[in-house]
Design a protein. Structure first.
Lengths: 126, 317
């Protein structure tokens, strides 16, 4: 299963790769990274019908925000699940995200256990 | 007045003079009262100008505080992100070391293995320290954000006594479940005839929690100093004061020295040991009370009591 993480902080990649080390090593999970909303769309678009089934995106990023990315993904690739990850755990962003079709909303610091659970659920439902 | 004749009798003259004198007297009196009226007016004008100046200063202060608050929130957010990395990576590395140790267990014993395990245990303890201090910084940042942003709840008519019962209890059990629990006699003297008070329950519950927690911490110190002869008591009272309600949170702990009483409400001021307090509890408490248009007073006598008196208006806008 392929997932895409979108965050402008580059160290997020290292963090995710290390956190999901076992899953990645055993090829249960394939993780892609994009450091902006624009790059994320490029990556998804390049694949034609993308294999990515789940996108986790930060909300506050320079350029396209995570919420804008969410709407674009939902309109172009409706089968892809999208969840938001934000340091600003406020109700406003939460409501906007859920309204635009986000599956979940994780606030930073990311609770990797709940994230793992979310991904495990996807794997079993596959 | 009639035209005066050249010849006037003495008595006539005297009566005329008296009349004139009386007239002058009346005028003088009038003038004096006019002057005093003018002085009154001037005083009132002066007072109004003074009030205006005070309000202006207050506004300026509030504006400064508001922008300071925004700045704090901004800084706190900027610090939060790198701090999350510090905490996450240290935690992750601890997990890895755990795994390494498990793998090493499968290898044959040797002096080299012994040495590696020893070093790993040091690295693990260092990572624990990084995580511990990172979490400390994180809790400070969180408090700062809470400070500048305030809660998210809304003002609603609330049963103050119920809120106090719930949160004093919560503070007590929280303290009992944590490090160094102490025995405390909790005495609630709540005026059950209180009407519902308009307040932000989410925020105000923090006031009760903070004050209770402070009392427990202070009394713990006294227990450490005095031993079993001292019985710690936390008393919480509510009272109807007509247009206001009074909440008193009193402990019989060590008391607050005069010289630091004024500093208690300042952000980052703390008497607690380095890692135990953020120094923001009371300043947040004060902030919340102010947003409820209430007041906070601190009374204390060394070795006798510390008393926090909160007044809240019955109806806030």
């Amino acid at each position: 299963m392929k997932i895409l993480i979108v965050d402008d902080e580059q160290d997020v990649e290292t963090l995710f790769v290390q956190k999901f080390r076992k899953e990645i090593k055993s090829k249960v999970l394939e993780v892609m990274f994009a450091f902006s909303g624009e790059e994320a769309l490029r990556l998804l678009g390049a694949e034609g019908s993308p294999e990515v089934v789940y996108v986790f995106s930060d909300i506050n990023m320079p350029g396209m925000t995570g919420l804008e990315l969410l709407e674009k993904i939902k309109s172009r690739f409706s089968h892809i699940q999208v969840s938001m990850i934000s340091a600003y755990g406020d109700r406003d962003n939460y409501e906007k995200a859920i309204k635009s079709g986000a599956k979940g909303f994780f606030s930073k610091p990311v609770d990797f256990e709940s994230l793992k659970q979310e991904i495990a659920e996807l794997l079993t439902n596959k | 007045m009639k035209p005066e004749k050249e010849t006037m009798s003495t008595s006539e003259l005297i009566s005329k003079i008296t009349e004139l004198e009386e007239h002058i007297g009346r005028l003088t009196k009038q003038a004096k009262s006019d002057v005093s009226k003018l002085k009154d007016e001037q005083n009132r004008a002066d007072e109004a100008v003074n009030d205006l100046k005070l309000i202006q200063q207050k506004l300026l202060q509030q504006e400064k505080l508001a922008s300071l608050g925004q700045l704090t929130a901004g800084i706190a957010h900027e610090i939060k992100n790198p701090l999350n990395f510090v905490n996450n990576f240290s935690e992750l590395s601890m997990d890895f070391i755990q795994e390494i140790e498990e793998e090493l267990d499968k290898l044959n014993d040797s002096p080299e293995k012994e040495n590696i395990l020893e070093l790993l245990s040091d690295v693990k303890s260092n990572l624990h320290k990084i995580k511990h201090h990172g979490s400390r910084a994180d809790s400070i940042v969180k408090s700062m954000l809470m400070h500048s942003r305030g809660g998210t709840g809304t003002m609603a008519p609330t049963n103050l006594n119920d809120l106090i019962r719930e949160y004093v209890n919560l503070a007590f059990h929280g303290m009992r479940a944590n490090k160094n629990p102490i025995n405390v006699d909790i005495r609630l003297e709540l005026d059950e005839s209180l009407p519902k008070i308009n307040l932000n329950a989410e925020d105000f519950s923090r006031v009760i929690l903070n004050l209770s927690k402070n009392a427990f911490d202070a009394m713990r110190d006294k227990i450490a100093a005095k031993g079993d002869t001292y019985k710690s008591i936390l008393a919480v009272q509510t009272q109807d004061l007509g247009d206001k309600v009074l909440i008193v949170v009193e402990d019989n702990g060590p008391g607050v020295p005069d010289e630091i009483r004024d500093k208690l409400l300042m952000p980052f001021f703390t008497t607690k040991k380095r890692t135990e307090g953020t120094g923001l509890g009371l300043s947040i408490t004060h902030e919340i009370i102010k947003t409820h248009e209430g007041t906070l007073e601190i009374e204390s006598e060394m070795d006798q009591y510390t008393r926090f008196k909160i007044t809240l208006p019955k109806s806030t806008t």
